[in-house]
Design a protein around this ligand. Structure first.
Ligand code: KIV
Length: 301
């Protein structure tokens, strides 16, 4: 039987650091990470005891309604990062660098990574890509900013990958992915997301690396797991990836609650007396004596 622990408001939990990530891997303790884009979700995740919160650029799809993650801007990411940082005090906070915030030049990559820490309240950044990102990663880490890598299905490259498809399925692709993983570790990444890659490959890479791997659709052999919170809660109704386990169906719950509210308003069931502000009777007649004296009965004049 699993034990569910919660950390109520006001209680303190030790801040999770990148060092704690490494220690968890060494001790064989699985790392838990989920996405958040707002204050209440971050608060609930932190109180539930999550190790890390990713302010993912999945924001674009599950919150802002874009077709994919490509239109997401630095300003949008920082706006949501700040909200998350106000809600979560213990989890390690990772800001996802959006498309074109780190690809154009190493200088721009360092500057934008810095903004996540200076203006977004994040502890670390994540960026997508392998060998082609090594220079940017080295420079960001050199500036004192922890970097989480991201290999496999990298959604910012969907047009190059031909859609949201699993990666590393041939021997050559698997070898390429392993080499990228080793290069990212060598460049200074403190952790690495492996998305939509075969489980045996993810397990093999996890064993070859000393930094922890965080899997999404990469099987149980990774050192930790991440999901998009809106998928897990059933809040994103457009599609559900095969690797998602739904723990709730909040879209249906919300729709039900909204329909009940609409019916209550239409039938005057809401608001009832308990949801209504009362006024002292003497104060009411005093008000009416000024506002509409002719409407005041003689006994109240
Ligand atoms: O943007 C995101 O939420 C992500 C996760 C899927 C890892 O990158």
């Amino acid at each position: 039987m699993s034990t569910v622990r919660v950390f109520p408001v006001g209680s303190t939990r030790k801040k999770v650091t990148t060092l704690a990530f490494r220690q968890k891997k060494e001790r064989g303790q699985a790392i838990s990470m989920l996405t958040a884009y707002d204050y209440p979700t971050a608060l609930a995740l932190d109180q539930a005891g999550i190790d890390a919160i990713l302010v993912g650029d999945s924001l674009g799809m599950v919150v802002l309604g874009y077709e994919n993650t490509l239109p997401v801007t630095m300003d949008e990411m920082l706006h949501h990062s700040r909200a998350v940082s106000r809600g979560a005090k213990s989890a390690l906070l990772v800001g996802d660098m959006p498309f074109m915030s780190y690809q154009v030049s190493v200088e721009a990559a360092v500057r934008n990574a810095g903004r996540f820490l200076q203006n977004g309240g994040m502890d670390a950044v994540k960026l997508e890509g392998g060998r082609e990102r090594v220079d940017a990663i080295r420079a960001i880490v050199g500036a004192g900013i922890p970097v989480m890598g991201h290999l496999g299905l990298t959604p910012q490259s969907i047009h190059q990958l031909g859609g949201f498809r699993a990666q590393g399925k041939t021997a050559a692709a698997a070898q390429h992915l392993l080499e990228d993983a080793l290069l990212l570790e060598e460049a200074g990444c403190f952790s690495l997301v492996l998305e939509s890659v075969p489980a045996q490959l993810a397990t093999y890479i996890s064993k070859r690396l000393s930094i922890p791997t965080i899997g999404i659709g990469a099987g149980a052999g990774c050192d930790g797991q991440v999901l998009v919170t809106h998928d897990l809660l059933g809040l994103f109704e457009r599609f559900t990836p095969k690797f998602v386990k739904k723990y709730a169906n909040l879209h249906d719950e919300m729709q039900k609650a909204f329909a009940e509210y609409i019916a209550d308003v239409q039938t005057s069931q809401f608001p009832s007396a308990e949801h209504t502000v009362a006024m002292d009777e003497a104060a009411w007649w005093e008000f009416l004596r000024t506002a509409e004296p002719e409407a005041v009965p003689a006994q109240y004049e």
